[in-house]
Design a protein. Structure first.
Length: 560
C-alpha cells in the first residue's frame, strides 16, 4: 500500500494567468509581470472598478511583480482633483499598494506630443479640418467601407505646421483634429483613421493652461503603458476591438509593446454600472452623493459597511471570464455577510419597541450581565450589559394568538432574554384602540444565563434593551436602488428607481454603542449587520443597514 503523502491538486489558472505563465516560460518579458489600474478621474470608482483593481493588483502580487496606479487625465473638461483623491483612497482601501508608482497620463504630454509628431513625419497622421459629423459620415458603417478625408493627403510639412498651430492655440475647438492615417476600408472601424488629438481649451487640474490639445485615450493609453514598462495591459472586453489600434500605434513608433488582454467586465443585476448614469443620480438629486450607501460606488459600499475583504472575496468568486454575464447581487451580499459573521461584534438593538415590565424584579435596580462579543471569535471577549425592571423587546417577538411551533413570547408563554433570565408573560396591556402597549412578565431568578439552576427549558430566546440605559438612534434601512433586474432595459433607467430604497426610523440600542465611530460594524442580534454612519455623533447616533442575516430578497423574488 502506498503511504506517501497525497499531493495537493494544482490550482486552476484563469485564462489571463495561463497567458502570463506562457510568457514567463518563453521569457517574453524576462519573467516580469507589471500591471496597472488606469482610471479616468471623472467620477468615483464603482464595484466594477473594484474587480479590475483586485485582478490587476492580484496578478502583480501573485507573480511578485509591480502594480502602477495611473490616472488617465486626458480630458480636462470632466476631470477634477476631487476624483483623483477619492480614487486614490478607494484603491488603497481595497488593499492595493503602488509604492512610488503613482503616474498620470499628463506626466507624458510632452512625449505623447512628440509621438504624434513622429507619426506625422512617418506619413502616418494628418490634420483634418472636417467636422465631427463629417468624420463620422466618412467612416462608413461596419458593412460599408469609409471614404478618404479630403485632407488625408496633405503634405508632411503642412501637417507638421498645422499640428504646431493646434498646439499653440491658433485654432478654435472643433475646427480640426489630428487623425492617424491607417485604412479607411478596414473591417475594424477603430482603424479607419481614428482621431488621436483634439483641441480642448480648458484648464487642466495638473498642467493648468499649458496645453490646449489633448490626446485621445486610445493614443495615450498604449504609449503610457509602454513608457512605464507594463507587461500585461488588462482591459475589459469592450477594448478587444481597440487592441489592433493599440498594437499599431506602438509598432509604428517602434516602441516597447505590452500585451493587451481583455476580460469580461462586471455586470450586476439591479444595478447601474456606468459612471455617466451614476453621475446623473448624484447631480439630479436621486441619491445623496457618490457615497450614498445605495450606490454601487466603492465609497458608497464602504459607508454602508461593506468590507474590503468581502469585496476581494466577491471578486475572487466571480472569477475572470471571456464572456459577458450578469452576476446576482446576492453573491456580493453573501460575501459581506460571511465576513461580518466572523468579525462583527454582536450587540442588542430593538428596531420596533414593545415595553416589557418584569413585575417581580427589584424596582430601580440595575444588574450588569456578561455578554459575549462574537461567538465566532472567542478572543473578542465579553462586555457588560445593564439589566433592569423595564425593557424594550421587538414587537414581532410577541403574539397574542400564536400559531403552533411559535417559540417566542405569548400570554402564559416563556422565553429566555438573551444573556439574562427566563421570563413568563403574565399580562397584556392595550390602549383604547386595542393595540398592545405593554407586557407584564415575571422572571425566574434561578435561570440567570451561565448560572441556570432552574431546571426549566425553553425553546425561544429574544433580545432586549434596558429602557433606562438604552440609547436612541436613527436607522437608515436600504432596499435595492432599482426595482428591475436590468434598469438599462427601460427607455429611461430612472423609471426603474425604487421609491422605497431608503427608510429612516428611530431605534433603541444598548449603551455600549455610545462611543461608536464612523465605520464601526456590528451585528444587531437576530436582525442583521449594521454600520455606524459618518453623520453619527455623540447623542445623535446614526446606523446604516449593511446586509441582513439571510438573503431575504431572494425569498421575496421567488414569491413573485
Amino acid at each position: 500500500m502506498d503511504h506517501s503523502p497525497a499531493t495537493e491538486p494544482a490550482p486552476v489558472l484563469n485564462f489571463i494567468e495561463q497567458i502570463i505563465e506562457e510568457h514567463n516560460l518563453s521569457g517574453k518579458y524576462g519573467g516580469r509581470v507589471h500591471t496597472r489600474f488606469p482610471p479616468e478621474p471623472n467620477g468615483y470608482l464603482h464595484i466594477g472598478h473594484a474587480k479590475s483593481i483586485c485582478l490587476n493588483y492580484g496578478l502583480a502580487e501573485k507573480y511578485h511583480g509591480k502594480f502602477n496606479l495611473r490616472f488617465d487625465d486626458t480630458n480636462p473638461v470632466t476631470e477634477d482633483t476631487e476624483y483623483v483623491d477619492a480614487i486614490r483612497e478607494d484603491v488603497q482601501w481595497l488593499g492595493a499598494r503602488w509604492d512610488d508608482r503613482e503616474f498620470y497620463a499628463s506626466n507624458y504630454f510632452d512625449q505623447l506630443y512628440a509621438a504624434a509628431v513622429q507619426l506625422i513625419k512617418n506619413g502616418k497622421a494628418y490634420v483634418d479640418d472636417s467636422t465631427a459629423e463629417q468624420i463620422a459620415e466618412m467612416k462608413g458603417t461596419p458593412t460599408k467601407a469609409g471614404i478618404d478625408s479630403p485632407y488625408r493627403n496633405r503634405s508632411i510639412a503642412e501637417n507638421l505646421s498645422l499640428f504646431e498651430q493646434m498646439k499653440n492655440g491658433d485654432f478654435e475647438e472643433g475646427t480640426c483634429t489630428l487623425r492617424a492615417r491607417i485604412d479607411m476600408a478596414s473591417p475594424n472601424m477603430h482603424l479607419r483613421d481614428p482621431i488621436i488629438y483634439r483641441i480642448k481649451k480648458a484648464h487642466h487640474h495638473r498642467t493648468g493652461d499649458q496645453w490646449c490639445i489633448y490626446p485621445m485615450y486610445d493614443f495615450a493609453h498604449g504609449i503610457s503603458d509602454s513608457i512605464e514598462g507594463i507587461t500585461h495591459s488588462i482591459c475589459t472586453l469592450e477594448f478587444e476591438v481597440h487592441r489592433p489600434l493599440y498594437d499599431w500605434i506602438l509598432a509604428e513608433l517602434g516602441n516597447y509593446q505590452p500585451q493587451q488582454i481583455e476580460f469580461a467586465r462586471l455586470n450586476l443585476n439591479y444595478t447601474v454600472m456606468s459612471k455617466r448614469y451614476l453621475k446623473r443620480l448624484v447631480t439630479e438629486g436621486y441619491v445623496k452623493g457618490w457615497d450614498d450607501p445605495r450606490m454601487p460606488t466603492v465609497c458608497g459600499l464602504r459607508r454602508r459597511g461593506y468590507t474590503a475583504e468581502a469585496i476581494r472575496e466577491f471578486a475572487r468568486r466571480v472569477g475572470v471570464a471571456k464572456r459577458e454575464n450578469v452576476i446576482d447581487l446576492s453573491l456580493l451580499e453573501f460575501c459581506v455577510r460571511e465576513h461580518l459573521n466572523k468579525t462583527a461584534p454582536r450587540v442588542m438593538a430593538v428596531l420596533d419597541p414593545l415595553l416589557l415590565t418584569i413585575s417581580n424584579y427589584p424596582e430601580n435596580h440595575t444588574e450588569w450581565l456578561a455578554a459575549e462579543n462574537n461567538p465566532e471569535s472567542p478572543e473578542s471577549g465579553t462586555r457588560q450589559l445593564p439589566f433592569s425592571q423595564t425593557l424594550y423587546i421587538e414587537r414581532d417577538d410577541f403574539m397574542e394568538n400564536p400559531p403552533k411551533k411559535y417559540f417566542r413570547l405569548y400570554p402564559g408563554g416563556m422565553v429566555r432574554l438573551k444573556n439574562a433570565y427566563i421570563i413568563r408573560c403574565d399580562e397584556v396591556l392595550k390602549d383604547a384602540s386595542g393595540k398592545v402597549i405593554e407586557l407584564r412578565c415575571s422572571y425566574i431568578p434561578e435561570s440567570k444565563s451561565g448560572e441556570d439552576t432552574s431546571g426549566i427549558s425553553v425553546k425561544g430566546t429574544i433580545h432586549w434593551v434596558s429602557v433606562a440605559h438604552a440609547l436612541s438612534a436613527e436607522l437608515r434601512a436600504y432596499d435595492r436602488l432599482f426595482k428591475d433586474e436590468d434598469p438599462m432595459a427601460k427607455d429611461n433607467f430612472l423609471d426603474s428607481l425604487n421609491p422605497d430604497s431608503l427608510t429612516v426610523s428611530k431605534i433603541w440600542v444598548e449603551p455600549s454603542l455610545s462611543n461608536t465611530q464612523a465605520g464601526d460594524r456590528f451585528q444587531f442580534i437576530r436582525k442583521g449587520y449594521y454600520c455606524t454612519d459618518q453623520d453619527s455623533q455623540p447623542g445623535q447616533l446614526v446606523f446604516n443597514q449593511t446586509v441582513g442575516l439571510k438573503d431575504s430578497w431572494a425569498k421575496e423574488t421567488n414569491k413573485r
